[in-house]
Ligand binder design. Sequence first.
Ligand code: 4NP
Length: 164
Amino acid sequence: MSTPTRILFVCLGNIIRSPLSEKLFEHVANEAGVGEKYEVDSAGTSAYHIGELPDERMRRTAKRRGFVYGGSARQVKASDLDAFDLVIAMDMENMNNLLRLARTEEQRAKVHLMRSFDPEADGAVAVPDPWYDGPQDFETVYDIVDRSVRGLLRWLEAGASAPE
Ligand code: 4NP
């Protein structure tokens, strides 16, 4: 069997956007029967929430849709840019922090914006940070993440070249 593609999803705290992305990607890849082709993980650029479970508000939003998940937050480290094949940033701030961590062109080329895989992004570049927002915003972020992981999987399965 060939080596799995390793994907790291990155946000600020690793408790809202990136753990949902990791677990939903895993779920849709398993559903599509291609789960064994991928290894996924998530991390935060900050150390704010290390060791914590994913945010309860997002887990509640997911549970209403029948999706239950857990996890434990960790901070991204420079070696992640070697250990993973693709590093998916939720917004420009995450992307810039990752690019600052990168030391080589090869590492920089692994970093992509999550919404470049969302077919309904309509020019939006960020999966918005809902930390200070209400329940409706968590629903919106869930939908964005759901569309983006499906778009990412389609792109990977099509073997296309990297988006800009
Ligand atoms: P995340 O959301 O980056 O999607 O995990 C946030 C989590 C925590 C904070 C901000 C955003 N915070 O300010 O602690």
